[in-house]
Design a binder for this molecule. Sequence first.
Ligand SMILES: [Zn+2]
Length: 108
Amino acid sequence: MTARAATGRAEVGRAVTGRVVPPETLADQRLYLEGGLRPLACQTCGTRMLVKKNSLQHTSVQWLSDPAASCPEFAAAVGPSALVAGCGALRDSIQAAVRDGTLEVADG
Ligand SMILES: [Zn+2]
């Protein structure tokens, strides 16, 4: 069992887990959607992702494109550990989706 090279972890805000989803896992993405993930794009940089709010504090993100390639703020934050804060616009986009009901909060 080998790890995919394109898989990485990212942190957005306080408690966010995320990983890059390679194009070949489109079938998997359908499963993610069925699992509560919703497609979302950063309103500023256009980075596309699947997002699931497990609770108000915990957000799961599956990147559909490499955020470091499309989001200047994200790229600037990438370090050796691949733990990044993400961009503020992305967090705002998630919050906006929660407010307008596009993104449901599972809330345990
Ligand atoms: Zn962004």
